[in-house]
Ligand binder design. Structure first.
Ligand code: AMP
Ligand code: ZN
Length: 113
């Protein structure tokens, strides 16, 4: 979607500090971290919120869920982490492109920066 902030990040129009990327998802550092480790995992497909997920997105959602532990492992979050999805106005969602916050206590060893 042309006026979506996270779609612009996906397209490289807006820079991000990337942690992981493949053809389906992108994970990057949150610009305003609320924990020592705070990144956002997003689908490359524009889905406005968890409330806008359709039956046909089931495979993508399951893919995202499996990517969480892979990314958490890379970030050294061996002792656990939080995963948060805010949904629409009352859920304090500010960017209308589905994203999972991954929050952890440990400073990451990888990647640098
Ligand atoms: P939410 O409130 O769940 O919609 O979360 C949106 C998140 O996106 C917030 O934690 C912001 O700090 C983060 N954010 C906004 N703009 C950017 C950006 N350009 N790069 C990285 N994170 C961003
Ligand atoms: Zn988008």
């Amino acid at each position: 979607m042309s006026d979506c902030l996270f779609c612009k990040i996906i397209d490289g129009e807006i820079p991000s500090n990337k942690i992981y990327e493949d053809d389906k998802v992108l994970c990057f550092h949150d610009v305003n971290p609320q924990a020592p480790v705070h990144c956002l995992l997003i689908p490359k497909k524009h889905i406005a919120s968890i409330d806008d997920v359709k039956e046909e997105d089931g495979e993508l959602l399951s893919y995202i869920m499996l990517k969480i532990k892979e990314i958490a492992g890379k970030l050294g979050l061996d002792n656990g982490y939080r995963v948060v999805i805010n949904c629409k106005e009352d859920g304090f969602q500010t960017v209308p492109h589905l994203h999972l916050h991954i929050l952890g206590k440990r400073k990451m060893a990888w990647p640098p920066g």
